[in-house]
Ligand binder design. Structure first.
Ligand SMILES: [Zn+2]
Ligand SMILES: [Zn+2]
Length: 159
């Protein structure tokens, strides 16, 4: 592992660089995986393919867009239990998070309104939407937990 601020080699697992004092993977000047200097806005290391996308101010690491190991359990559980796309906001997939919330919101509205106004097709449509959204979210959760999910920050739909 390399310091992403000064490029010096670090002990793997070290949280602080002994050379410059930066927290591991928080800089954006060097690849934390191979130490290659990086340009501003570069998404992937041209030497080793490490993801340089910043998640919570840290280089995500691993293959491009994969979920960092320390976020897999939290994001996976959020995705399986709540189907509101909270995990997407954590992972920087804002559009997909918004879509999850919209789908849940629309389905609740359809079910409540359909039920109150005796509009059967509306009630059924609400159920279909909430069911579809849950399936989508469960697939996401399983893929996040197993490390096969690819983070796509600009996608509306990803699973
Ligand atoms: Zn350093
Ligand atoms: Zn690299």
């Amino acid at each position: 592992m390399y310091c992403s601020n000064c490029g010096k080699e670090m002990l793997s697992g070290a949280e602080i660089c002994t050379n410059c004092g930066f927290q591991a993977r928080t800089g954006n000047k060097y690849c934390s995986n191979c130490g290659e200097p990086i340009q501003e806005g570069q998404a992937m290391c041209i030497r080793c393919g490490n993801s340089l996308v910043m998640v919570h101010g840290r280089q995500a690491g691993g293959k491009l867009g994969s979920v960092p190991k320390d976020q897999r359990v939290l994001c996976g559980i959020l995705s399986l239990l709540l189907t509101l796309g909270i995990q997407n906001f954590i992972l920087g997939e804002t559009k997909q998070g918004i879509l999850h919330i919209l789908l849940v919101g629309i389905s609740i509205f359809f079910m409540l309104f359909g039920d109150a106004a005796w509009i059967d097709w509306m009630y059924v449509l609400g159920q279909i939407i909430v069911f579809g959204n849950a399936i989508w979210s469960i697939i996401e959760g399983i893929r996040i937990l197993t490390g096969t999910y690819t983070v796509k920050p600009n996608a509306w739909f990803n699973c």
